[in-house]
Design a protein around this ligand. Structure first.
Ligand SMILES: *Cc1c(COP(=O)(O)O)cnc(C)c1O
Length: 473
């Protein structure tokens, strides 16, 4: 039998909303969400009272536990699926984890323009309509001021949404209806289904393959040039290497050939390194300056790879070609938003001022193994007191990632954690289930954490995560 007087013991939504116990929840999730969760909870109580399955004592206990229950519910209902994680993989440019973390100045620049209005397309001097692409252009021009072409001109640049868009725009603007010569060793897939032959087809240009997978000579290119040829394309082998019996002409040789026949050379470089990577012992990964120094007519690169900025695609090169791209209606469709310009400009400014330490990806590449070892040992030391986990610190290697420098590794120290009777995958899953998930990798029977990609201020959270492994849920 339903206990009718229990219905009268149910508080109203308004009463509950005014109770101090829900203040924190309302602060976090807003009055509307909390009210709606309360209505649903009260409805559940009513059903149970009607069914005779809730007693007076039971109701008091349930009401007491209500804030906690609502917290769980609202957290679960949080419709945002995108959230921060700790990257303990050691892969600096992890595409699945959002590639480059931004510099503080880039984050500040985003927040300055995000919440208000800006002069995105407004010329403050004349009060007339302006162009959004001026914002990154001046800084890029400054960075490339020393890379003069033979006619004395300096490179100009425009920005689109990502490097894939940059390549599509360049091919479509310069070669639609004509032929583009590419080596068979460069008909690559970059990941996330960016495939050179397919992008070429979408651009309306006809792919003219030359050479073989492992060897393409300058004469192969020369023999393929006809009056249909609009462009020579060089694609940087970002995410793989061909070793052994291999040969390809240098970019400078391609440029010289192109010049002789009046055919521009476009390079899909990808990585966007603005700093010489040999400084961090990474060899064979040429940067944007080297492409421009070789005289390339246009070079495309990502903003969020080695450049360390926001997702963007930058195209730099000869002013007349850049202007052609700018006038293509596709440029409008592929354009970057104000937050991108804000973050990219601030990142480029860090380069212009030589504040390399301000750019997290550069900082992570340059951090010394000994520093990583010190932090790993501090965590291991704190963990070892009274733990049943097996913990060690061992030498290992970090990858740059993001489809860059596939063969290059950086010396690091790894924190290895194993638990009796647990597969490393179990430990990894527990680390990923945390409120602030920790992403690590497995090696042998251990979960392996590389602190190169963990911000030092996150070390305490990593320690907490590892401590929790000691008490399996
Ligand atoms: C990464 C890469 C791309 C794609 O760049 P996104 O910015 O991810 O679109 C294209 N080409 C090369 C050579 C790359 O390395």
């Amino acid at each position: 039998m339903p206990d009718a007087k229990l219905f009268r013991e149910l508080p109203s939504v308004d009463e509950l909303l005014r109770s101090s116990r829900l203040e924190v929840l309302i602060e976090a999730y807003g009055q509307a969400a909390v009210a709606s969760a309360l209505r649903a909870a009260l409805e559940r109580f009513r059903k149970r009272i009607a069914a005779g399955t809730l007693t007076s004592a039971g109701l008091i206990a349930e009401l007491d536990a209500l804030p906690l229950e609502l917290t769980r519910e609202l957290r679960r209902d949080d419709a945002r699926t995108l959230k921060p994680v700790i990257n303990a993989t050691g892969v600096i440019l992890h595409t699945n984890l959002g590639r480059a973390p931004l510099a503080e100045s880039a984050i500040a620049a985003i927040s300055e323009v995000a919440g208000g209005y800006s002069n995105l397309e407004f010329d403050l001097a004349s009060g007339a309509r302006g162009k959004r692409d001026v914002h990154a252009e001046a800084l890029l021009a400054e960075l490339f001021a020393a890379n003069r072409y033979g006619d004395g001109s300096t490179p100009r640049s425009i920005v689109v949404n990502n490097c894939a868009a940059a390549v599509l725009l360049a091919l479509n603007s310069l070669a639609e209806g004509g032929e583009v010569i590419v080596s068979r060793g460069e008909l690559v897939e970059i990941g996330g289904s960016f495939r050179v032959p397919e992008v070429m087809a979408k651009s309306g240009a006809v792919l003219r393959e030359v050479g073989t997978t492992n060897r393409t000579r300058l004469t192969d290119y020369a023999d393929a040039i006809t009056d249909q040829t609009k462009l020579i394309l060089r694609v940087h082998r970002s995410n793989f290497a061909i070793v052994g019996f291999a040969e390809q002409p240098s970019l400078a040789e391609l440029v010289e050939l192109g010049r002789k026949h009046g055919v521009p050379v476009l390079e899909d470089l990808g990585n966007g390194a603005l700093l010489d990577l040999r400084e961090v012992e990474v060899h064979g990964e040429p940067g944007v300056h080297e492409s421009l120094a070789a005289g390339v007519d246009l070079v495309c690169y990502s903003g969020d790879k080695l450049l360390g900025g926001p997702q963007a695609g930058v195209i730099s090169g000869r002013a007349a070609l850049v202007e052609k791209l700018r006038r293509n209606p596709l440029f409008r469709a592929l354009r970057a938003d104000k937050l991108t310009y804000a973050a990219l400009s601030a990142t480029l400014q860090a380069y212009a001022r030589e504040h390399y330490e301000a750019v997290p990806t550069l900082r992570m590449m340059r951090v010394q193994g000994s520093e990583i070892r010190r932090r790993a040992e501090a965590i291991a030391g704190a963990l070892l007191r009274g733990t049943s986990l097996k913990v060690s610190v061992e030498e290992g290697e970090s990858l740059i990632g993001g489809g860059t420098a596939p063969t290059a590794t950086l010396r690091t120290y790894l924190l290895k954690v194993a638990r009796e009777d647990s597969a490393p995958e179990t430990l990894l899953a527990e680390l990923r289930k945390r409120e602030l998930p920790i992403v690590a990798r497995a090696e042998g029977s251990a979960a392996v954490l590389d602190l190169r990609t963990v911000f030092p201020e996150q070390d305490a959270e990593v320690l907490a995560g590892l401590r929790a492994l000691d008490r399996p849920a």
